[in-house]
Design a protein around this ligand. Structure first.
Ligand code: NAD
Length: 264
């Protein structure tokens, strides 16, 4: 799985094709979409029209589990088929449960169906998103396939040390969503601006470099071609211990998104 991917949340379907084409031209090979983003079709169009061999692409999509229903095996299979059809692909590289929605108590059923999908080869790997240690513990105890990935909110304001340590113990890859803190306060914070100036890089490049040095997979989003290119151009420098300590001090535990325990 590439360490840097391209996320397309909030990119309208009509703009997704151009954005993903720009990303592919810039060198991204991993694309992160989801059923609920309503841009699987536009994303898939760029992927299938790119001429890039399928086995060089890494495509992630997610099951939206917030419908006012509790998922059954049949419902999950139907949703997965619909995602593949919209993408125009016959398999995805990674299929994720978007949120644990623990209150509905259906993630074990969903995950067991994901195991079936993985066994059929139509998802090369399966995983989860927004799972906390308690959700993962239950999954590990009651299902067979260790999730390949847990995609979680993670940026310098919310570095998720506990979850990253848990993932490391269990061989789960940590994938950071909103890796740039949604481009808001994080990128203008003086610590990040200072480190960027020191290395002659941009704040976004510093934050993405931080993710890579922590061992995270990161999936920054942009629809601006120059930023799409900037966000994958993060080699050729590294953060030193002083930079890492300064960034570590930004941990405020602040979430931009909901708490997974409360989100239904
Ligand atoms: P992000 O942290 O990637 O920030 C994106 C925003 O930052 C852009 O809209 C833009 O305003 C700004 N930006 C991007 N590049 C920049 C640059 N070089 N310089 C200055 N500003 C820049 O936020 P995100 O879109 O929330 O997260 C990335 C991806 O993570 C999403 O597109 C999606 O694929 C995934 N995601 C998943 C979940 C989940 O529940 N699993 C939730 C949110 C996001």
């Amino acid at each position: 799985m590439p360490r840097l991917g391209f996320g397309v949340w909030q990119v309208p379907d009509a703009e997704a094709t151009a954005a993903v084409e720009t990303a592919l031209a810039a060198g991204y090979r991993s694309i992160d979409t989801a059923a609920v983003y309503e841009n699987e079709a536009g994303t898939g169009k760029a992927l299938t029209g790119s001429g890039i061999p399928r086995d060089e692409l890494f495509v992630t999509t997610k099951l939206w589990n917030h419908a006012a229903e509790t998922w059954t095996r049949e419902g999950v299979l139907r949703e997965f088929d619909a995602s593949l059809e919209r993408l125009g692909l016959d398999y995805v590289d990674l299929y994720l449960i978007h949120w644990p929605r623990a209150v509905r108590d259906d993630y074990l059923t969903i995950y067991r169906t994901f195991e079936e999908i993985a066994a059929s080869g139509r998802a090369r790997a399966i995983g989860v998103s927004n799972f906390k240690p308690a959700h993962l513990e239950r999954l590990l105890a009651e299902t067979t396939v260790v999730p390949a990935v847990n995609q979680i909110e993670l940026h310098p304001f919310l570095p998720q040390a506990e979850l990253r340590a848990f993932h490391e113990r269990h061989g789960i890859t940590t994938e950071a969503w909103s890796p740039l803190g949604q481009g808001k306060d994080l990128l203008t914070t003086p610590v990040i601006a200072g480190v960027a100036e020191k290395h002659g890089r941009t704040p976004a490049q510093v934050v993405l470099r931080w993710h890579l040095q922590l061992g995270n997979v990161a999936i920054p989003k942009s629809v601006t071609p120059s930023r799409i290119r900037e966000n994958i151009d993060v080699s050729g420098f590294s953060l030193d211990a002083e930079d890492l300590a300064a960034i570590a001090a930004l941990d405020s535990g602040t979430r931009l998104g909901p708490d997974p325990d409360e989100f239904d």
